[in-house]
Ligand binder design. Sequence first.
Ligand code: PEP
Length: 255
Amino acid sequence: MDKAKRTAIIAGNWKMNKTPSEAKALLSEIAPLVKDADCEVIACVPYVDLAVAVEATKETNIKIGAENCHWAESGAFTGEISTGMLKEVGVEYVVLGHSERRQYFGETDETVNKRTKAALAAGLKPIVCVGELLWERECDITEEVIARQIKLDLYDVSEEDLKNVVIAYEPVWAIGTGKTATADQAEEVCAFIRATLAKLYNQAAADGVTIQYGGSMNDGNADELLSKTNVDGGLIGGASLVAEKFAAIVKAASK
Ligand code: PEP
């Protein structure tokens, strides 16, 4: 499939930033700057900001995502949030398997897979994050790491459900470090992800999946990264907290 036929998606990952009132202010700054975007625009925000964010973006083209969800519908999981809770608030997307969850909160491919299936069953669109550590790249096992994550994270996800999955390739060494993968490095791994999906499903299914790059993407490097055949969008951390920078990335994806 032609890249132009895939949905380009720019998603901000706000991480643990912005209180509800700050979220409202930032979204009202972003909204007029991205109103003519020719790509999907998403803000993934902390749980306590979700209701305010959904309300603040009601009349706009910005969609709201959460930064995680649990796989159970309800029960004794103190501190967790269910997919039903997210749906009722009006959330459409959810970031899963972010490297910070894997690194600091014991997230594994098995739990990413459970969360992914629960999100899909609830009608949420998961943004599933994969990426290698620096030493894994240095040991030349990037493709093995990525293939393993893709296979395990999407285990038992049907071809029909795959249509609602977004994959974010986020080399861990590039997240929040200011070190960006070169456009060629990003393209190489995003193409490998698509080839892995083609093996697991089929070429047509793989060709329909939006694959984002994430890792210090900003207004200065977005153009080049997004010009690559298999880079269909971006998952943006730091730069998504500055309205003009985020809007510039959305503009780059709209070309
Ligand atoms: C992220 O948090 O997913 C991310 C890519 O962060 P940053 O853009 O700050 O590297």
